[in-house]
Design a protein around this ligand. Structure first.
Ligand code: SF4
Length: 245
């Protein structure tokens, strides 16, 4: 299928439908980075195409070729069993809706709506959620996020490598520019959500200057973030290294 990640960026994406055996991971203790006890990947792969993405490096290769995305078509049925509050495994804790190998609001979410359906399940099961994305598509789900926030809690976080739109266009070609992400934080903040900024990754020698970091923190605070979490990048061998250097 053709997929548009942002204006003028049309790329061919191979979509594969798969049946997953499991979806969620439960951590022994709350993950201090992502403030959650559960994580999940609803999609495998990501068309956001960030140059520094772990998935691009050989150590994290997912489907043999960047740009392929696997849709876990049975994800909600599996989650329904895994997160059932009546099961022994249950622990009331934040669920990170998203994951390490794909943005939960990448463009195919518009069609498959796995993230939205998983939020409906979190509401039904009364789990608090922590959202982390680079996509403004999350605005679509304000209705269900509001319901979760009222009943348990919903935190909305965005990740950035900086707030510089020009640098982002090079390193994060498939996502809305930082300016739009900041606007979306402001939108959720006005709606009463706790919001976070993940300055993750700070790109070595590119976005780690004092000026850029100060500007990023300043604009995050102006947008209304309640917390900022920093992290660097360990550029691995393979595609990321080739593209960066
Ligand atoms: S949004 Fe995240 S998962 Fe997707 S390409 Fe960028 S870094 Fe990778």
């Amino acid at each position: 299928m053709d997929i548009s990640t942002k204006k003028g960026d049309m790329r061919k994406v191979t979509i594969r439908k798969i049946e997953a055996k499991s979806i969620s991971r439960k951590y022994k203790k709350i993950d201090s980075w992502f403030i959650s006890c559960y994580g999940m990947n609803l999609y495998r792969g990501c068309t956001h195409n960030c140059i520094y993405c772990d998935e691009r490096s050989e150590g994290y290769y997912v489907d043999g070729e960047f740009g392929k995305v696997a849709v876990k078509v049975n994800a909600i049925d599996v989650l329904r069993k895994e997160l059932d509050p009546n099961k022994k495994r249950f622990r009331r804790s934040f669920v990170m809706v998203g994951g390490g190998v794909g943005d939960s609001y990448q463009p195919i979410e518009e069609k498959y709506k796995l993230t939205r359906k998983s939020l409906q399940l979190m509401y039904e099961y009364n789990y608090p959620v922590h959202m982390l994305t680079k996509s403004t598509l999350i605005r679509r789900d304000i209705d269900i996020l509001r319901k979760i926030d009222e009943r348990s809690r919903a935190i909305v976080s965005f990740s950035f490598s900086s707030v510089n739109d020009e640098i982002s266009a090079i390193f994060e070609p498939g996502v809305p520019p930082p300016t739009e992400r900041l606007e979306t934080i402001g939108f959720f903040k006005k709606e009463g959500f706790a919001c976070g900024m993940f300055l993750l990754p700070v790109i070595p020698f590119i976005t780690d200057t004092t000026e850029l970091i100060e500007d990023t923190v300043k604009k995050g605070v102006e947008a209304g973030v309640d917390f900022i979490i920093f992290g660097g990048d360990d550029v691995k061998g393979g595609e990321a290294e080739r593209l960066l250097f």
